[in-house]
Design a protein. Sequence first.
Length: 427
Amino acid sequence: MSTFCAPALLAATGLLLAAPRVHAQATEPPKATEPPVINVSEEGFSLSSADKAFVLKLRGQLQGDGRFYFEDINRTGTNTFLVRRMRPILDGTLFGFIDFRLMPDFGVGQPIIQDAFIDFRPGEWVRLRAGRFKTPFGLELLQSDMDNPFIERSLTVDLVPNRDEGLELHGEGEGGRWQYSLAVVNGDPDGASTDTNPDDSFDLVARVFALPFKGREPSFLQGLGLGIAVTRGLQFGTATNTGLAPFRSTGQEIIFSYLNNSGTGETVTVHGQHLRLAPQGHFYWGSFGLLAEYVRSSQEVRIADARARLRNHAWQTSVSWVFGGKASFEGARPTTPFDPKTLKGGALEVAARYHALDIDDAAFPLFANPAQSVSVASGFGVATTFAFNRRVRFAMNFHRTNYEGGAPDGADRPPENVLMSRFQLTF
């Protein structure tokens, strides 16, 4: 009996002695995770995981403007200083493939939401965007407000949809040599943004843009970009939501509006098909920049029992030259930042633009008052912008706009002469 128990006790003792070592291996503490990355630079403030799968960026835009009108006999413009844009921007990435943006705007004393969207991004060649965003149509409008060499955009934006709610499938390929956008949106009036859909129909938007020589030879053609955009939709307005917006001058004065008098029933509303077409392009080479765009808007409207299809046109051409830097669609880029101690560095951009807006003659007098709304607006502008660096700029613009119509007794509205200034900060 004793000879049998001895080996058993030795075996049991060995198991007990081995057990703590097994337990110690099982409860070994996990490896420490890498700490988050905090970055502060001219790109803004960012917080991200070590693998960049989760990113949170805080950025902002601020523009302080001045507008001063000359030879303004009828005092249609008001000399003023204003905060044109004040936009905190929250960008982020979740799980490495979902991007988002929230951008309110507190400029001009009217707080609104400009951008609020989510991007599902399985790859650069395909992304799905949902929410509120810029309608992928006008070339100048798609250029950031902070990068445009002019303080205010051209007359073409009067016919361009601005921001809208919907879905957008977009992407690019071959290192950005081609880009595409396909969107379904509620449907903006020309030159405006919407927050809701007043009817049951939607607008379809398509845009393609190519930079065929990007990264290729000959090098001077690498900044050549050509594209075309179209929209199509059925829109139906009401007396309280006409689906139409006024057109504005470069100085942001109303120069054309449709009849709107719900008390007498003389209110023009959209009623039917709305088509837009916009061939567009740009060319940048070294210090030289060129941007051109044409917009055609064809829209069915109604007042009482009268209907018509109005065809409005607008176009613009602008050229720029950068001293001490490089021109690009993303704005002037100084070769070296400005140094306040040595007063050296920075870049000076000089630009000129000619643009025009032509309203269909059939709009008068049934749909618009010729004594108040112009039939043609055309003008030129010159701009100088000093870029201290990529984020701080000071600009001065002068614009003159001539009109046909828009005054009583068949006379022409007096020309608009406006001097504008801007101090701008982005981060």
